[in-house]
Design a protein around this ligand. Structure first.
Ligand code: SF4
Ligand code: SF4
Length: 81
């Protein structure tokens, strides 16, 4: 089942974007609710793209829902940031 969701994640044009990562308050709630929390760190805290391209992200939107300052949103995988 995990492999199936991973495949869906890899194929999706829609990706999670930590677009407003400068608003992050480090509450860690997104890491708690994410079933694959290792996919968040680079987009949220890295210096490069804020888009989560890791295929293990299933686009479940839990991070969007839990984040109070609304750091995350959906965007196209082809967006530049
Ligand atoms: S839930 Fe939002 S504010 Fe909290 S750590 Fe995640 S991105 Fe930052
Ligand atoms: S959409 Fe789901 S799997 Fe992807 S980063 Fe957010 S909580 Fe994690």
């Amino acid at each position: 089942m995990g492999a199936f969701y991973s495949l869906l994640g890899r194929m999706s044009i829609l990706r999670i974007n930590a677009k407003d990562r400068d608003k992050c308050t480090d509450c860690l709630e997104c890491f708690v609710v994410c079933p694959e929390s290792q996919v968040i760190n680079s987009a949220l805290k890295g210096e490069h793209s804020s888009i989560i391209l890791d295929g293990n992200c299933t686009n479940c939107s839990r991070c969007i829902d839990i984040c109070e300052p609304k750091v995350f949103s959906y965007s196209s995988r082809f967006k530049k940031n």
